[in-house]
Write a protein that binds this ligand. Structure first.
Ligand SMILES: [Zn+2]
Length: 401
């Protein structure tokens, strides 16, 4: 079969590889009908998420048809159309039962303390071959896969593999209540779904901060008030828009590829502006990585500094942007002295996805506008390059195997 394979930092190729087979009784083999490129894939290709093993198939988003199931997959059969959530979970451990499916004790072969198990990631995440391929082995399929209703097409379903649930999770962590004012930093695909989810949870106002005009246009179309941080200081603008109080909740939908403050918070205070961009392409991997290991910056990311300043006293900061395990910077003094709540984590896909599929199936929310490009998998490498360069309008790319 054809698959997008990681060979090294900056080196991915469309290869012909062996078809996957059932290895465990709880496995299914899925014929992928749609996959997608995610900002997290770029973290791996650039090396900002280290530890990728050469030969690993990339990708953690898919919709497909079940080809074959192991004997303990008793809820699915060949021919079922399914959504493959990005993270893998067992459904029976104490964490899965409590809804923390990203912290499943069972799924990660490196053990219960190794972290979230997901497709197409570094060694610490499994590693599991990813979903930018014609076929995929899906472990713990009985508890992880979700059968799709016929009226949810692939274009909509693929967005529920990772980015819609992650945005929704960000809004959940932010503890949004009816009438809240919410700021979303980063209006990439996950940020767009965080905006949508904040509205679904009853937010009164949503303010979106980014620098890419097409992303801000999409946020405005959703009803958000937009701030371009290349034109306006985002903290000052948010304070002006909220009577000097700040927002009730803030969601960081940016993460590690944010350009770090070169000389710490003081330097940013002088310029009044910093720079960030989810999947920012101007950052060369070598600036952030030494000897294959993430090199921590000299202070918290720009977006975290802005987040704690833009939120009201006693407000909530939700972090869903991706940070590596050895990153250790957070503006804790400011957060502590302003009585902030800080919640963060990897999306508990499997506990959220059924609700989202229902919202889309019953017409409560249509995610279709977030998908901007469809490419055959044979164009995958070119699609990665266009997505990496942030060509205008490239918000979300679906790959068709
Ligand atoms: Zn589990």
């Amino acid at each position: 079969m054809r698959a997008v394979v990681f060979h090294g930092v900056g080196d991915i190729r469309l290869d012909t590889v062996p078809d996957p087979v059932i290895e465990q009784p709880t496995d299914a083999v899925v014929r992928v009908t749609s996959s997608a490129i995610c900002g997290t894939d770029l973290h791996m290709v650039r090396g900002t998420m280290p530890g990728m093993q050469p030969g690993t198939i990339l990708g953690h988003e898919a919709v497909g048809m079940v080809e074959e199931v192991g004997r303990n997959v008793r809820n699915l059969r060949a021919g079922d159309r399914v959504l493959v959530p990005s993270t893998i979970s067992c459904g029976y451990c104490v964490y899965c039962r409590a809804g923390y499916t990203a912290q499943c004790d069972t799924a990660n072969p490196n053990g219960p303390l190794a972290g979230t198990a997901f497709y197409g990631g570094p060694k610490t995440s499994g590693p599991f071959n990813g979903l930018q391929a014609q076929y995929a082995r899906t472990p713990l399929a009985n508890a992880s896969l979700l059968r799709l209703p016929d009226n949810v097409d692939d274009d909509r379903a693929i967005l529920m593999s990772d980015i819609f649930p992650t945005g929704y999770f960000g809004a959940q962590l932010a503890e949004i209540k009816l009438g809240d004012t919410v700021a979303v930093f980063g209006a990439g695909p996950v940020g767009q779904f965080a905006i949508a989810s904040a509205k679904l949870m009853g937010a009164g106002r949503v303010i979106a901060v980014d620098r890419v005009p097409s992303r801000l246009d999409m946020a405005r179309a959703q009803g958000a008030e937009v701030v371009n941080f290349d034109e306006d200081d985002p903290v000052q603008t948010i304070l002006e828009l909220t009577g000097g109080i700040g927002v009730d909740r803030v969601i960081d939908a940016v993460g590690v590829d944010a350009q770090r403050a070169e000389q710490g918070p003081a330097a940013n205070a002088q310029t009044g502006k910093g720079k960030f961009d989810e999947e920012l392409s101007e950052i060369a991997p070598e600036q952030n990585v030494q000897d294959g290991q993430w090199k921590p910056g000299s202070g918290p990311s720009q977006v975290l500094q802005w987040a704690v300043k833009a939120v009201a006293k006693a407000g909530t900061v939700s972090v869903i942007g991706v940070y590596p395990m050895n990153d250790r910077f957070f503006p804790i003094g400011e957060a502590m002295n302003r009585n902030l709540s800080v919640k963060m984590g990897n999306c508990n896909h499997r506990s959220i996805v059924p609700r989202l599929v229902e919202l889309v199936a019953n017409g409560s929310f249509d995610p279709a506008s977030i998908l901007t490009h469809r490419e055959p998998i044979t164009n995958a490498i070119e699609a990665y390059q266009a997505f990496d360069k942030r060509e205008p309008g490239w918000i979300k790319v679906k790959l068709e195997p």
